[in-house]
Design a protein around this ligand. Structure first.
Ligand code: NI
Length: 186
């Protein structure tokens, strides 16, 4: 497996729409395994293919269960949001492509998603709480949408200013360690 380079805000690939996966082959399995490894190395809970420069509709995720009894996650292919609750959740959100930034962002509390797995088999998954937040964030990535797009104007302006400073700082770490979409157990 390989640790992939995570693309940082400003890279045009983050604004592109990823394409449907049609070949459920070894290349897809390898991409997913590499993404999972890259996500874990960066202490992330979610990673979309755009973020490693690949325009395929696949993301990986991993997070502790709400009841703290275990960890759920894996690879999700060609996700389609089929339902979202009107009930919202509050929480802080970040992104591996925005090192160190976290802002409050309301999201639906529950979602239902139709998707495929790495073998091409179809599933309908229902997520709640933090898992729902992760899936919504990663599905946005596949459409070129970033979490800062959802922020209140003041937070968005501050986030973009901080990213300009990050880009200008040649002392900034090349790897966005420890910053992703929330942290497991946060
Ligand atoms: Ni992200």
């Amino acid at each position: 497996m390989a640790n992939l380079e995570i693309r940082i805000f400003g890279d045009p690939v983050l604004r592109q729409r990823a394409h449907e996966v049609v070949d459920f082959d070894d290349r897809l399995a390898t991409l997913a395994a590499d993404m999972q490894e890259t996500m874990r190395a960066a202490e992330g809970v979610g990673l979309a293919a755009n973020q490693v420069g690949v325009l395929k509709r696949v993301f990986t995720w991993e997070a502790a269960d709400e009841d703290g009894t275990g960890v759920r996650g894996g690879a999700v292919v060609n996700p389609l949001l089929t339902d979202a609750s009107e009930e919202l959740q509050d929480g802080e959100e970040g992104c591996l492509s925005f090192p160190g930034l976290f802002y409050p962002l309301q999201r639906p509390l529950r979602v239902e998603v139709r998707h495929q797995d790495l073998a091409g088999d179809e599933h309908t998954s229902r997520l709640e709480g933090f898992a729902a937040r992760i899936w919504l964030h990663e599905m946005d990535h596949l459409n070129g949408i970033l979490f800062v797009d959802h922020l209140a104007r003041h937070d968005r302006q501050e986030a973009l200013r901080r990213m300009r400073e990050y880009a200008a700082d040649d002392q900034a770490p090349q790897r966005p360690g420890g910053l992703l979409l929330g942290r497991v157990g946060r």
